[in-house]
Design a protein around this ligand. Structure first.
Ligand code: URA
Length: 230
């Protein structure tokens, strides 16, 4: 594959978090436009500045925008919601309706959320093969013990999805607090991992995604534009 390019179907599957088969069908049915033309070829290579839309929604734009947000507890990681304030409600940017979320946080979690209209960037950050580390600070209800560390490192089997989690790094920072580093993002993963010990998570805060670290001066609810050099 040419350097700097991505297959259309893979990029869409990762960005939309849809199964690849569904994405291929949608492409074949003409739901995807590439640089303003309908594209029915799932294997088409797309570049960073190819304009991609899926049913009218911008997946990747020609002028990319990268945003870092400090999500407060109680704000939903969605672009629309009937009940709760959304991460987009907190952002005032002319291209905000083009943005998608790069790795969601639960309603009652806080911390770093990245948003972009650059599907190539978001799929590189979320592709499990790239093993991009995501760092979380966790506070739990019951005292932590060293056996948590080995169980997180060994991976845990989740019968519902029939998967074993990748090795996760857990560092105990006090009796009730820990730092967790994940390289994947399964549904409610951290809560379910502590759930194995019947230890409810009371607070969960994401401090970093790869090289992007939540700055101390960015208060809950605040956002800033990232300028990326590459
Ligand atoms: N794991 C969870 O359980 N919740 C999050 O929001 C993130 C990781």
């Amino acid at each position: 594959m040419a350097a700097g390019s991505n297959r259309l179907d893979r990029l869409l599957a990762r960005t939309l978090q849809y199964p690849i088969k569904r994405v291929r069908l949608d492409i074949a049915q003409g739901k995807v436009r590439l640089d303003d033309d309908c594209c029915r070829d799932p294997s088409r290579l797309v570049h960073r500045f190819s304009l991609i839309t899926y049913q009218g929604r911008v997946i990747q734009a020609q002028s990319p925008v990268y945003i870092m947000l400090h999500k407060p507890v109680g704000v939903v990681c969605a672009t629309r919601d009937e009940q709760h304030q959304t991460v987009l409600d907190l952002i005032d940017h002319p291209q905000k309706h083009e943005l998608h979320i790069v790795g969601r946080l639960d309603l009652n979690s806080s911390g770093l959320v990245l948003l972009t209209n650059d599907g190539r960037w978001s799929s590189a950050l979320t592709d499990p093969q790239h093993k991009v580390p995501k760092v979380y600070e966790v506070r739990v209800e019951n005292p932590l013990t060293p056996d948590y560390v080995s169980d997180f490192a060994n991976g845990m089997y989740f019968a519902y999805e029939d998967i074993t989690t990748a090795s996760a790094e857990l560092t105990l920072t006090s009796t009730y607090t820990a730092r967790v580093v994940l390289t994947e993002g399964k549904y409610h993963q951290i809560k379910r991992m502590f759930g194995r010990f019947r230890n409810p998570v009371l607070a969960l805060h994401r401090v970093a995604i790869g090289d992007h670290v939540l700055p101390a001066q960015l208060a809950a609810g605040e956002w800033s534009v990232l300028s990326l050099t590459s």
